[in-house]
Write a protein of this length. Structure first.
Length: 106
């Protein structure tokens, strides 16, 4: 399935707009990741553990959106938008939402 953030696909004709599709996930970062990220914040550098959580959240949300689109008969998703938000007590969890328009292309 072709997935793009643009509203059209160069060289492809959209023959049907199937509808809005989305995928969401909420991931908690554990206390050890928080501890090591806190140390990283003090000494500087990148937080690989948090970057991994972000990647996992994005991948899960996009995969869920893709499965939903496929179940509707679509073969592409256009206009994809990813939103990240912290939720929970003290912002301890990360919510990732992927939304787009499921379409059928030639």
């Amino acid at each position: 399935m072709l997935i793009t953030t643009t509203n059209s696909i160069e060289g492809k004709k959209i023959v049907k707009y199937v509808g809005l599709v989305s995928g969401e996930t909420i991931i908690g970062a554990n206390i050890f990741k928080d501890l090591f990220a806190g140390i990283r914040d003090i000494v500087g550098g990148r937080s690989g553990s948090y970057e991994q959580v972000l990647r996992e959240g994005k991948d899960t949300a996009v995969n869920e959106m893709q499965q939903y689109a496929a179940a509707l008969g679509a073969n592409a998703i256009i206009g994809v938008d990813l939103d990240y938000e912290t939720v929970g007590s003290g912002g301890s969890m990360l919510m990732v939402a992927a939304t787009g328009t499921a379409v059928i292309i030639e």
